[in-house]
Each structure stands twice: as structure tokens, then as C-alpha cells.
Design a protein around this ligand. Structure first.
Ligand code: IMP
Length: 433
């Protein structure tokens, strides 16, 4: 009789897939509330590896309900592709176990085109900030949502409304494509053909994703809110403009799924045992050179969605402490501790130095963040294999002291520690459901 939100406390890619999958065993309902297929959750179950981008990870467990909330942006082709890929591996995603909110916005082909076009240089038009997006159309889709030009999943069910709204939406897009980006214009017929295809495959899944959530909360069922990306990528609180376009902190579950704020009993903050980020933007604890490369190889730090190499660095407790304040994190799930084996001595940034003072939380402006110098706490590290550890007491002293320092500097107790990619390779310190 609990609800738990799982959120990333860094720049995403903290290993949420495994943890969500683990917690799903005790959950009745799993809810996604923001982001889209820019996310990529990798799960290892037995011999099988699953990479999910849109469908809530909880779907791998039979008998659980999954909701894609109104705050998610949905690329219908990606959703169809994931449903088919899971079916091919014997996992049924049916309207009985998945509802997609009719109010979730649709990522249209022109959103993807615009996203990619904006990241390219525009000769003769001066420098533009390249964000390093995933190119999935996420930002342009959220823009249309905010400017009320978006199409929602429910519009797929209503041909006349879809046509009228799509016609308006492409007016501006086509002007941009023709006059600024030199791209072919989008035709209305092309979009209507897509609507027909999407309707044929997705109509039974589209509906009211709030009532099942409210009903589950009313009945005291166990609800898991599955966040995507991380706190430092939050549109308001992250390293703007090098952020994604949604609310990635726990409060996003309220707007993005219709969850009342008081319904979040616990917030589990995911912390990778070191730090990574994809794309541009300041990253105070980044490590360039051989140690950064060794971390990337040991942790297989390449994007699940784009395959891009991730930037790697030391654990930044300042970032995690900030995330904890933003999301009301009640405990931490430390992931990929095993990756640090043999990489010692290690460092944890316990504060930043800026203009002669010490900061314990991240400054909001990237201009200030870029000038911050991490203040490190040195850790000896460890060389032992820790994948068999199931209690903290099983860990070698170097791993224990690293976790103790992490807990102290982040200021939040540990809830679980992941010591390998498999479900069972976990030290569980808290009962979540
Ligand atoms: P967008 O979400 O595709 O617009 O990308 C904006 C920024 O967020 C870029 O720096 C991306 O690399 C980053 N980003 C988006 N989704 C993820 C994710 O799931 N993990 C890590 N970084 C992400």
C-alpha cells in the first residue's frame, strides 16, 4: 500500500531500468509520466537483454498494469515497434495491461525533422547552441504542446480533428522547412496515412490513463512511477539549455500522470556510482583521458537510444544532493558499483568551490556551474569481485567505505545497491512495497 517514484539524480542513464524492473515485482501498476523515446532502459533478465524506450519496464512482469501518462510524448511508430518486439519474445502487451493517455502528445515526423535540423550548422546564420539532443523530436513536440499546436493520442481516434489540427501544425513547420532549413515540406496526406496506420494498431490502447491510477491509489494498491532522464536534465532545474524538455524531478509525476502530490510515499533517487552525461553542457567532475576512457569501457557507457559515447567522470555528490532537495528523495539506489572495481583510487565531489566560497548544491546558472571547482573526498577503491554480495557486510572494505562516503556526502540513506546487471545482483536494504 505504497507509491514509489523512481527518479534519476544525475544526467540520466543511472540504470533505472533494472531498478524499476526489480521494484515492479511488488507493484500493481507502473506509470510513466514524462519524456519519450529519448529514454532507454536496459534490462537483463536471465539470458535476455531488453532495451525499452517507451513502454514502461514493468511490462516484463506478467499481471502488472502499465500506464503511459499525459506528460509523455509518444512516437506511435516506436510504440508499435516495441509492442511487436516484445510480442516476438513472448511478452504480450495488450490493452488489458497497457493504457496510453489520450492526452499524451504525439511525436510527428516534422518534430523529428526539426529536432535534427536545429542541431546542424546553418551556414551564414551565425553560431547556435547545439544541445546534443537524441534527435527523436522530443523538444519540438513539447513546444507544440505548450503552444497548443500539438496533436494528442486521442486525436488519432478522430479523423476530422486530426486533419484540422495537423493542417494548422504544418503551416508553420513548412514555412520553416522551406525558408530556413531547406527541407522538403510535409504534406497533409502523408500525415493522414500515418493516422490510419496508427489507428489500426493503437486505438485499443488509447484512453483514460488517470482513472486507473486514481482507482489504484484509492484502493491502496502499490504504484510505481517510472521517471526517465535525470534531475540535471530537468527543463527548469537542470543545466539549461543543455536539458531535455520535460519535468524529470518527482513533481513531474503530478502534472504528467495526474498523481496528487501527497500520493508519493517514497522517492527513490537513482545514483550511478560515478557520473556520466550525454550531449553538451557543463559537467564539473568530468574526467578526460585514460581514466575517463576506462570508465566508459568498464561501464559500457554508450547510449541505449543513440549509441553515442557518454562523457564520464567522478561521482558528484553535489548533483545528487541537489536532486534530493528537488525531488524529496527518501533513499538512494546506487547502481553499477561493480564497474568501479580496479579503477581506484576514486574520488567523490563533496562540494564545489566558487568565488572563494563553498557550495553544497549546484548553482542554477550554467555560467556559474562552469566555473565551479569540485572539492574531492579521496577514496581507496577496491579490486575484488563484488557481484556475489547480497548484504553490505559481504562487500570488501574499499567498497563499503565508498558507499559510506557516498551516503554521507549525498545526505540521503541507501535503499539498495546494484552490484551487477542481473535482477538478483542487488543488495536490498529497504522494503519498498
Ligand atoms: P532530448 O531529450 O532528445 O531533447 O535531448 C536533450 C538532452 O538530454 C541531450 O543532452 C540528451 O543527450 C539528453 N538526454 C535525453 N534523454 C536522455 C536519457 O535518457 N539519458 C541521458 N541523456 C538524455
Amino acid at each position: 500500500m505504497t507509491s514509489v517514484a523512481v527518479v534519476g539524480s544525475q544526467w540520466g542513464d543511472e540504470g533505472k531500468g533494472k531498478v524499476v524492473d526489480l521494484l515492479t515485482e511488488g507493484a500493481d501498476l507502473v506509470v510513466r509520466f514524462q519524456g519519450g523515446n529519448n529514454a532507454g532502459h536496459t534490462l537483463v533478465v536471465g539470458e535476455e537483454t531488453y532495451a525499452l524506450h517507451l513502454v514502461p519496464s514493468g511490462i516484463l512482469h506478467p499481471g502488472k498494469g502499465a500506464l503511459i501518462g499525459n506528460g509523455v510524448v509518444v512516437d506511435p511508430d516506436v510504440l508499435i515497434g516495441e509492442i511487436d518486439a516484445l510480442a516476438a519474445r513472448g511478452i504480450a502487451v495488450t490493452p488489458a495491461n497497457l493504457t496510453v493517455s489520450s492526452a499524451a502528445h504525439v511525436i510527428m515526423p516534422y518534430h523529428r525533422q526539426l529536432d535534427v535540423a536545429r542541431e546542424r550548422p546553418l551556414p551564414g546564420k551565425g553560431d547556435r547552441a547545439v544541445i546534443g539532443t537524441t534527435g527523436r523530436g522530443i523538444g519540438p513536440c513539447y513546444e507544440d504542446k505548450a503552444s497548443r499546436q500539438g496533436l494528442r493520442m486521442g486525436d488519432i481516434l478522430l479523423p476530422d480533428r486530426f486533419r484540422a489540427r495537423a493542417r494548422t501544425a504544418i503551416l508553420e513547420k513548412n514555412a520553416l522547412f522551406a525558408h530556413l532549413y531547406g527541407l522538403p515540406e510535409t504534406g497533409l496526406e502523408e500525415l493522414e496515412a500515418l493516422r490510419l496506420k496508427w489507428h489500426a494498431r493503437l486505438a485499443p490502447y488509447i484512453g483514460d490513463a488517470r482513472s486507473p491510477l486514481w482507482e489504484a491509489l484509492r484502493l491502496g494498491k502499490n504504484v510505481l512511477f517510472e521517471g526517465a532522464q535525470g534531475s540535471q536534465l530537468d527543463i527548469d532545474h537542470g543545466t539549461y539549455p543543455y536539458v531535455t524538455s520535460s519535468t524529470t524531478v518527482s513533481g513531474g509525476a503530478c502534472g504528467g500522470a495526474g498523481a496528487p502530490p501527497k500520493s508519493l510515499d517514497k522517492v527513490l533517487g537513482l545514483v550511478k556510482a560515478y557520473t556520466t552525461r550525454v550531449g553538451e553542457g557543463p559537467f564539473p567532475t568530468e574526467v578526460l583521458g585514460p581514466l575517463g576512457d576506462r570508465l566508459r569501457e568498464a561501464g559500457r557507457e554508450y547510449g541505449t537510444t543513440t549509441g553515442r559515447p557518454r562523457r564520464c567522470g567522478h561521482l558528484d555528490a553535489v548533483a545528487v544532493r541537489t536532486a534530493a532537495a528537488l525531488s524529496g528523495i527518501t533513499s538512494l539506489a546506487v547502481t553499477k558499483l561493480d564497474v568501479l572495481r580496479g579503477l581506484g583510487p576514486l574520488k567523490i565531489a563533496r562540494g564545489y568551490r566558487l568565488d572563494g566560497g563553498e557550495l553544497l548544491c549546484m548553482p542554477l546558472d550554467i555560467h556559474d556551474l562552469a566555473r565551479c571547482e569540485p572539492i574531492y573526498s579521496d577514496q581507496p577503491g577496491f579490486d575484488e569481485d563484488i557481484s556475489e554480495a547480497r548484504r553490505l557486510a559481504d562487500l570488501p572494505s574499499g567498497a563499503r567505505s565508498y558507499l559510506d562516503a557516498l551516503e554521507e556526502h549525498c545526505g540521503v540513506p541507501l535503499g539498495l545497491v546494484s552490484v551487477g546487471p542481473e535482477r538478483g545482483e542487488t543488495i536490498l536494504l529497504e522494503k519498498f512495497f
